[in-house]
Every structure is written in structure tokens, then in C-alpha cells.
Design a protein around this ligand. Structure first.
Ligand SMILES: *Cc1c(COP(=O)(O)O)cnc(C)c1O
Length: 431
């Protein structure tokens, strides 16, 4: 039996309506920015395989370091034991994170990194004063993962209607999404800040934390916000003594043009959630990084003040090793150059699309290595049509609704992106 038939019999895929979705494409090999199917057809991976890959597929240096680590120590439970790769990774990350974020809690995916931050924020208040602050604040369009706490904060994504009765208490502030030639941003921002201020004024006594994706909301369609807005959100939260969680699961590790989006904000959160790019896209790993102040509130002779949270694969040494190697590559000069080249390629490609496609597209936007725009069409099947057309042309691009976005791995060259923009233009003209 061929792979597609067996796959259909056995496997239930994520985020997939299995009744209508086309058969998944069996991928045989990955190399650099390309994935190859069974027949040898190449796909240029312009979305970093769900935003995880940084340096290209099957990068030999990461692959070798993983192999070595697997032969040395594959895993050890992380309560009562520790190991060098976990420590080295945190030591190295500390050199590029804000100095106040210096307590590292491991888990293994973006959702769990968020759950851990939510639980820490909640229990922090409980440990300090015995109060139960049972309200969280998120932004409309925010996405934080698919576990229950993360879903409660990402409620407005619209993915979770069947579960809403089970969610814990969260309020959502309007998100002032912005784009090139946006003339309305000041009023959108002040509206959002006023709403936030009202919520804080009324409820700050029982708000455990506010969570946001700094600079770019990923899953709701690469929606940008300005650094000065994020800074004001943090300042407001500080005024009302509410904890701040930055979900950098997608924005971390260079995507926005700096190591972290936080670097552009001019304000530091109490928690930062990292995953996706952390291992260069090789293995699942996540970190919730927080301050000594938060950590201290959990130190006690009273056992109830412990953070009782952990996962079987917490700080898996092989994943940590992949992360160490990936971070080293990220810090190399050529990677910095690649990140700039990708940004510049977007800065040429996006105006080219605007000039040639006119009102077929709108809301163009660029942030670091990320570029996005809306396709203006009344076709109900637009999303599926675009996906299929891109794949046919050998482009792995996966539009969200009518939003087309690119978030390529740093192995992608300016020429590859130039070609990509030409192909996108042709596909949209033919649509
Ligand atoms: C993908 C994502 C998550 C969830 O990460 P998983 O590893 O898929 O659980 C959380 N927050 C943001 C901002 C994300 O983009």
C-alpha cells in the first residue's frame, strides 16, 4: 500500500478538516530551505515548517551535535537531576535575554511554556499574599496554544467554540493591528490603551497577568503592532502592578529582526515564553523565563508554595544540545547578514507586488524576516485555491484565511525570495 493510503487509514492530522482536506504530501527529505517529496519534487519552505526552522532543514551541524548527545546521555528526569546541556543552554541564552529574566523553567512546546507562565503568575499572588487573582487579560486575535489555559487567553481566535464553557476567566483588549500606509494607527492604539486602562482600573486587584505576542500576532495572520504601543501596555500594567507575559514562541530567535521582539520594546516583561525556533526546528523544547522576584515567592518550607508542574521530557538533553548548536549558529555573523538580506528582499518584493497587483492585495506589512499582505477576493475557496497553487509551483506557503505571509528560514537567499515574489505575482494574476 502506498504511503498516502496508509496515512489516510491511520493518522488524524492537526488543524485539519479530514473530510475535505487534500491528502497530505509525504515528505522524504529536507535540505537547506527545501523539502522534497517522494517523487523528488522540491518545495521551497517559506514558512519554516510552522515557524520552527531557523537555519534550514537537516542542518548538518545541529544533526551531528544531536547524534553525539544521544550517544552520551539521551535523557534523565529533571527533578533531582540536572545536566550540562540544560545549564549551558540557559547560560548562553542569558547573554542575549534581558538581564532581569534569569530563571529558566523548561517544558516542551509553546502551549506548555504559556501554561507554565500563567500558573506561575497565578500562584505568585497566592504565595505572596494568599489572594486568588482569577482573571487574565489577553488581546483580541492573540494566540497562545491549544491547551486549556492558552485557549482561554486565545479565545478570540475563533478556533475554540466547542470548549468555551470550560475556559477560565479572561478579558480581551482590542489589538491595534497596523500595516504600511496605515493612517488610523494613533486612534486604534489610544482606543486599545483606554480600554486596557479601564479594565486595569476596575479589576487590577484580581488580575493575575496580562499576556501578549510582542510586535507580531502570528496565528491570527501576522498582525503587527508598534513597539511604542507594546511599551505603553507594559507601562500601564506596571502602574497597576499587574504581571506581564510576553509570548515570544513565534517572534523569538531573530524573526522580527532582533534576537527577541522584546529587544525593540524598551520595556521588560516578568515572563517570556520561548519555543518553536529554540532548537532550530529539530526537536520539541520550550522555556518559560522569569525573574528572581517571581522565583523567590516559591521558596518556602511550606510545601504548598512549590510549583507542582513538570513534563516527562522536561529539559531533554538532546533537545537542549540542538538548542545550543542552533543558538551558536544564530549568533554567527553570516546569520545576521542573512536576516538582513531576507528583510531587504521583503522590502523590494512587497512594493513590487503592490505596483503590479494594485487593488488585488492590501494591508502589506513587514517586520524583520516576516512579510504579509491580504488578498482581496470574494472567492469562498480562496484559501484552499492559494495553498494548492503555491504548492503546484513548488512553494510551501500556507495562507491564513486571505492572509499570505512569508517567514522563511535564514538559509533562504535574496534570489530565492525574488523568484518567490515573481511566482506569487503570477499566481495572483492568474487567480
Ligand atoms: C505556536 C504558538 C504557540 C503554541 O506553541 P505549540 O508548540 O504549537 O504548542 C503559542 N504561542 C504562540 C505565539 C505561537 O505562535
Amino acid at each position: 500500500m502506498n504511503l498516502s493510503t496508509l496515512n489516510k487509514q491511520l493518522i488524524w492530522h492537526p488543524f485539519t478538516q479530514e473530510k475535505t482536506a487534500p491528502f497530505p504530501i509525504p515528505i522524504k527529505k529536507g535540505s537547506g530551505s527545501y523539502l522534497y517529496d517522494e517523487a523528488g519534487k522540491a518545495y521551497l519552505d517559506l514558512i519554516s515548517s510552522w515557524w520552527v526552522n531557523l537555519h534550514g532543514h537537516s542542518h548538518p551541524e545541529i544533526a551531528h551535535s544531536i547524534a553525539q548527545q544521544a550517544l552520551e546521555l539521551e535523557h534523565v528526569m529533571f527533578a533531582g537531576f540536572t545536566h550540562e546541556p540544560a545549564i549551558t543552554l540557559c547560560e548562553n541564552l542569558q547573554t542575549i535575554l534581558p538581564p532581569s529574566l534569569n530563571k529558566f523553567f523548561f517544558s516542551d512546546n509553546g502551549s506548555t511554556a504559556v501554561e507554565v507562565a500563567l500558573k506561575m503568575a497565578y500562584q505568585y499572588a497566592y504565595n505572596k499574599t494568599g489572594t486568588k487573582k482569577n482573571l487574565f487579560i489577553g488581546f483580541e486575535g492573540g494566540y497562545h496554544g491549544d491547551t486549556f489555559g492558552a485557549m482561554s487567553l486565545g479565545k478570540t481566535s475563533g478556533f475554540y467554540a466547542p470548549f468555551e464553557d470550560l475556559f477560565f476567566k479572561a478579558m480581551h483588549v482590542p489589538y491595534p493591528s497596523t500595516w504600511n500606509h496605515d493612517t488610523d494607527i494613533e486612534s486604534k492604539e489610544s482606543n486599545a490603551l483606554n480600554k486596557l486602562k479601564n479594565i486595569l482600573e476596575t479589576h487590577s486587584n484580581h488580575i493575575a497577568a496580562i499576556i501578549l505576542e510582542p510586535l507580531v500576532q502570528g496565528a491570527s495572520g501576522m498582525r503587527l503592532s508598534r513597539p511604542s504601543f507594546v511599551q505603553k501596555v507594559v507601562q500601564l500594567a506596571r502602574t497597576y502592578e499587574v504581571l506581564v507575559i510576553f509570548d515570544e514562541v513565534m517572534t523569538g530567535f531573530g524573526r522580527t529582526g532582533t534576537y527577541f521582539a522584546t529587544d525593540q520594546i524598551g520595556a521588560t516583561p516578568d515572563f517570556i515564553c520561548l519555543s518553536k525556533g529554540i532548537t532550530g526546528g529539530f526537536l520539541p523544547l520550550a522555556l518559560t523565563v522569569t525573574t528572581a522576584n517571581i522565583h523567590e515567592a516559591f521558596l518556602s518550607h511550606d510545601i504548598k508554595k512549590t510549583l507542582f508542574h513538570g513534563h516527562s521530557y522536561t529539559a531533554n538533553p538532546i533537545a537542549c544540545k540542538a538548542a545550543i548548536t542552533s543558538l551558536k549558529l544564530l549568533q554567527d555573523k553570516p546569520t545576521h547578514t542573512s536576516i538582513q538580506n531576507i528583510h531587504q528582499a521583503h522590502q523590494k518584493g512587497i512594493p513590487y507586488l503592490e505596483e503590479t497587483l494594485k487593488e488585488k492585495i492590501s494591508h502589506t506589512r513587514i517586520q524583520g524576516t516576516i512579510a504579509a499582505f491580504e488578498v482581496n477576493s470574494h472567492n469562498e475557496n480562496l484559501n484552499a485555491l492559494l495553498k494548492a497553487a503555491f504548492l503546484k509551483e513548488g512553494l510551501l506557503i500556507r495562507p491564513i484565511g486571505s492572509t499570505v505571509y512569508l517567514i522563511p528560514p535564514y538559509s533562504t537567499t535574496a534570489q530565492e525570495l525574488e523568484k518567490t515574489y515573481e511566482k506569487i505575482q503570477q499566481i495572483l494574476i492568474a487567480l
